[in-house]
Design a protein around this ligand. Structure first.
Ligand code: GLA
Length: 731
C-alpha cells in the first residue's frame, strides 16, 4: 500500500513513485508535518522535530511545565485557531458559546484502497490502471466535538497526492465555519520562490515569481469565479530552481469559485502555505450532525525542476480529471462566428462563412452569441433561450441541417448563468437574480447573475438549455460566463446562511453542469468566461477544453499560453487564428505565426472566412493539415517551455516531444528583431541523447545530444513576428 501507519512511531507515511510525505501524531495528540519531498524509504523523520523554549510562543495547557512545546513554531498538517499558533490558520469557527477556537487532536484514522469522494464537488478520479490509496485522519476538538477529517489520496505511479477536508459538527450546538483551508503545508525552511499566475481580462495567467519575504503573500479571488486576475495554482520552488533543476511543489485547487492561497514566512524562517475557499464573506452554518466538504487541492512534487512538475500535472489532468468522453477523442477544428460577425448576422451570412470554412479544412461551425431572444447587442435577452427567428427563420434545426450538409458539425454558444434585465425571464422572475435587500444590484456587461443556489432557478436553466440542445443536431457547446458576482444574497435563504451564497452558487453550477453536460456525452463542451476568467480544474472536470483568452493576438498569446502550460495540458487550451490588424491590439502578425501559436492548443479559427484570399485559405488549409498530422505529438506529448517570455525577449520557443522520444516539434516566434543581429540558436529538450534524428528540411542527421547541447540555428532571415517550426524525427 502507498499509505501506511507505523504504530510504534505514530507516523503516517505516504509514498508515490518519486516522493514521500510523512506526518506524526505528537505527544499531546497534535498532528505534525514531518516531510514532503524526494522519495525516502522506511525512514522515521521524527528527529526533525526539535523542541525549544521560545519566548512569547505559548504552550498548550496539557504540556504542563514543558515550555518547549508550542504550536507557534511546530510544523503542522492542519493548524489550530484561537490557541497557541499565531501563524495562518487552517480553520476559523465561531462555537455555540461565542468563542472563536478550534484545537484538533488526532482521534482516529482510516486507510483504504481507492480514492475518497467529495459530495457535490469535482475531484480527481482513479482510472482502472491507477493504484490509489486513501488516508483519512479525524482531528477532533475535545472541547466542542467539532471534527476536521483530513483526506489524502495517493496516486502512486503518477506522483500525485490529493488533499481535501470534511468538517463534521458532532456537538449539540450550531457552529459557524468562517474559514476552511483545504490544504495547509508547513516547511521547516524558507528559501523558496513563490510562483503564481496573475492577470486581467484579455491578459490571463501572467507568470510572476518572487522570493518569499517575512510576512504574508496572498493571491486569490473573491469575484465569485476563479478569475482572470489570479489562477488557483501556485508553485513553491527552491530559489535557484529552473525548468530542469531544483525542488518544486505545486498546489492546484479543483474549484471554480472564490479561492485564497497565502504563504507565510515566519519569525523562525519557516514557511506555511494554505489554499482553500476565500474566507471573505464566507460563513457556513453547521447545525448538530451537519458537515461541510472543502474542495480538493492536487499536490505534486518534482525534484527535477519546473518542467517535470508540469509533466506530472499534464498527465493527471489529461487522464484523471475530465468526465467527458471527448477528453480522449481528437477534437474537431472549428470556426467561430464571434470575431467574424459579432451580433450582426443572418442565416445567409452564417452559411457563407461555413461554406468558405469547408475549403479551409475546418470541421465544425460554431454559432456564437446573438442567436436567441431579441439579442442584437449585449444589452438584452440572456435567460430567454428561444431562437431569434428574425435572424434564423428556420430555427437552429434548419441552420444545423444545412451546416451538416456541407460536411461540418454544428456548435452553439450559451451563457446559462445570467439574465438580462431586458428579458422575458427577468420580467417574470425579478427575484431570481442575486441582489441584496434595500439595494439595486450592480450590473456587469448589462447583465445580472442568476441565483444558482436556488433549486427552481437551476431547474429552469436545466430544462431550457436541455431543450435547446435537443432542438437541433449540436455537437459542440461553448458555455460562457461574462461577469463576476456581486450582491451575493439570496431571496430564499435565511439571514444566518447568507454567508454560504458564494459557495452555494458554485455547488449549484456544478449541479447544472452534472445535469446538462454529463447527460450529453455526445456533445463537446468548451468552457469560457470572457476567455479565461474561469480556467480551473473544477471546470475541466466537466469540459475538456476552455477558451484561453478573449485576446487572439498571437504575440500576447505567447505569454498567456506560457503561463497556462505550467499546470494545464495543451488539450485544455482552445486557441484561435483571427484576422489582422488584431481586434484587441491592432497588431499585425503573419498568418503563419498566428497558426503556429494557435497550434499550441486546440486549434480553431475566429474570422470571416468569406474575406480571406485564396492564398490565405491555402495557408489555413496547410495549418489544419499540419495540426492534424501532429495532433498526437502536440496533445499527448511531453511539453517543454524552451524560453521564458518574461526574462528573454528575442524569441519565444516551446516543444512537444512524443512519450517515447522518437519525435519532436519545436515552434519558435521571433519577438524582437534588430538589423544585422546576432546568430541565435534554439536548444531542444527531452530527446534521447544517443538517438540519431532527422530535422525536416536539413541534410543528414544529428544526435539527440547535439540537438540538445549545440542546438539548431534560428534562420537569420526571420523578420519580427515571423515563426518557424522544426520537426524532428528519430531515424
Ligand atoms: C465572451 C467570450 C467571447 C464571445 C462573447 C460573446 O466575451 O469570451 O468569445 O463568446 O462573450 O458575447
Amino acid at each position: 500500500m502507498s499509505v501506511r501507519y507505523i504504530e510504534s512511531k505514530k507516523t503516517f507515511l505516504l509514498q508515490t513513485k518519486n516522493s514521500t510525505y510523512q506526518m506524526k501524531v505528537s505527544d499531546y495528540g497534535y498532528l505534525l508535518h514531518l516531510y514532503y519531498g524526494e522519495r525516502l524509504e522506511d525512514e522515521d523523520l521524527s528527529y526533525l522535530i526539535q523542541l525549544q523554549d521560545r519566548g512569547f510562543s505559548p504552550n498548550p495547557n496539557e504540556a504542563g511545565n514543558d515550555r518547549t512545546f508550542s504550536l507557534d513554531f511546530l510544523p503542522q498538517e492542519f493548524s489550530s485557531d484561537g490557541s497557541c499558533d499565531y501563524r495562518l490558520s487552517s480553520i476559523e469557527v465561531k462555537n455555540g458559546d461565542g468563542s472563536y477556537a478550534f484545537v484538533g487532536k488526532a482521534a482516529k484514522h482510516e486507510i483504504y484502497a481507492g480514492k475518497y469522494s467529495l459530495e457535490g464537488l469535482p475531484s480527481l478520479w482513479a482510472a482502472d490502471q491507477d493504484r490509489v490509496d486513501t488516508l483519512e485522519i479525524w482531528l477532533t476538538d475535545p472541547a466542542t466535538q467539532l471534527t476536521a477529517v483530513l483526506c489524502y489520496s495517493v496516486f502512486e505511479e503518477k506522483d500525485i497526492i490529493t488533499r481535501a477536508v470534511k468538517v463534521i459538527n458532532e456537538s449539540e450546538e450550531t457552529i459557524y465555519l468562517n474559514r476552511i483551508m483545504s490544504m495547509t503545508m508547513d516547511f521547516m525552511d524558507s528559501d523558496y520562490d513563490f510562483i503564481h499566475f496573475d492577470g486581467r481580462h484579455t491578459m490571463e495567467r501572467e507568470w510572476s515569481r518572487n522570493p518569499l519575504a517575512y510576512g504574508i503573500q496572498n493571491v486569490g479571488s473573491f469575484r465569485g469565479a476563479s478569475s482572470h486576475q489570479h489562477n488557483p495554482f501556485a508553485i513553491l520552488c527552491e530559489r535557484g530552481a529552473s525548468e530542469d533543476d531544483g525542488r518544486c511543489y505545486g498546489f492546484s485547487f479543483v474549484y471554480s469559485g472564490n479561492f485564497m492561497c497565502k504563504v507565510e514566512k515566519d519569525q523562525y524562517d519557516q514557511t506555511r502555505i494554505v489554499m482553500g475557499i476565500h474566507p471573505k464573506h464566507f460563513s457556513y452554518q453547521l447545525k448538530p450532525g451537519e458537515r461541510f466538504t472543502a474542495p480538493e487541492v492536487v499536490l505534486a512534487y518534482s525534484g527535477k525542476g519546473l518542467t517535470h512538475l508540469t509533466h506530472l500535472y499534464h498527465r493527471v489532468y489529461r487522464e484523471n480529471l475530465c468526465k467527458s468522453p471527448y477528453v480522449r477523442k481528437e477534437r474537431p477544428i472549428l470556426i467561430n462566428s464571434w470575431e467574424a460577425a459579432y451580433f450582426d448576422f443572418d442565416e445567409a451570412k452564417l452559411l457563407e462563412i461555413a461554406k468558405e470554412a469547408v475549403d479551409m479544412g475546418v470541421e465544425l461551425f460554431v454559432l456564437d452569441d446573438g442567436w436567441f431572444g431579441n439579442r442584437n447587442d449585449d444589452n438584452a435577452a440572456l435567460g430567454d433561450w428561444d431562437v431569434n427567428t428574425a435572424k434564423l427563420p428556420r430555427g437552429l434545426g434548419g441552420l444545423s441541417e444545412d451546416i451538416h450538409e456541407m460536411g461540418l458539425n454544428f456548435g452553439l454558444w450559451i451563457e446559462p448563468e445570467m439574465v438580462s434585465e431586458n428579458s422575458e425571464l427577468y420580467r417574470k422572475h425579478p427575484d431570481w437574480c442575486l441582489q441584496m435587500p434595500r439595494r439595486q444590484p450592480s450590473r456587469g456587461r448589462y447583465q445580472l447573475v442568476l441565483d444558482l443556489s436556488r433549486e427552481d432557478v437551476r431547474d429552469y436553466i436545466v430544462t431550457s438549455i436541455n431543450s435547446v440542445l435537443d432542438s437541433a443536431r449540436i455537437e459542440y457547446v461553448k458555455w460562457d460566463m461574462n461577469r463576476f458576482i456581486t450582491d451575493a444574497w439570496s431571496a430564499i435563504v435565511e439571514k444566518e446562511k447568507q454567508g454560504e451564497i458564494y459557495h452555494r452558487y458554485i455547488l449549484g453550477l456544478y449541479d447544472i453542469m452534472n445535469r446538462i453536460i454529463l447527460t450529453h456525452p455526445e456533445i463537446l463542451f468548451c468552457g469560457c468566461s470572457g476567455g479565461g476568467g474561469r480556467f480551473d480544474p473544477g471546470m475541466l472536470y466537466y469540459q475538456p477544453q476552455i477558451w484561453c483568452s478573449d485576446n487572439t493576438d498571437a504575440v500576447c498569446r505567447l505569454k498567456i499560453q506560457y503561463g497556462t502550460t505550467f499546470v494545464y495540458p495543451v488539450s485544455a487550451m482552445e486557441s484561435h487564428v483571427s484576422v489582422c490588424p488584431n481586434h484587441q491590439t491592432g497588431r499585425t502578425v503573419p498568418l503563419e505565426t498566428r497558426g503556429i501559436t494557435a497550434m499550441d492548443g486546440i486549434l480553431g479559427y475566429e474570422l470571416d472566412s468569406t474575406k480571406l484570399t485564396e492564398e490565405e485559405k491555402r495557408i489555413c488549409r496547410q495549418q489544419v493539415e499540419a495540426y492534424k498530422r501532429n495532433y498526437p505529438l502536440i496533445v499527448y506529448g511531453d511539453y517543454y517551455r524552451l524560453t521564458n517570455p518574461y526574462t528573454f525577449s528575442e524569441y519565444v520557443a516551446w516543444e512537444h516531444v512524443s512519450r517515447n522520444r522518437d519525435e519532436a516539434l519545436i515552434s519558435l516566434v521571433l519577438t524582437e528583431k534588430e538589423a544585422n543581429d546576432a546568430q541565435r540558436y534554439v536548444k531542444a529538450k527531452g530527446l534521447n541523447p544517443q538517438m540519431q534524428y532527422q530535422v525536416d528540411g536539413m541534410e543528414g542527421s544529428l544526435s539527440g545530444q547535439a540537438l540538445m547541447s549545440a542546438g539548431l540555428p534560428v534562420p537569420g532571415k526571420l523578420m519580427q513576428y515571423e515563426a518557424v517550426q522544426y520537426h524532428i524525427k528519430a531515424l
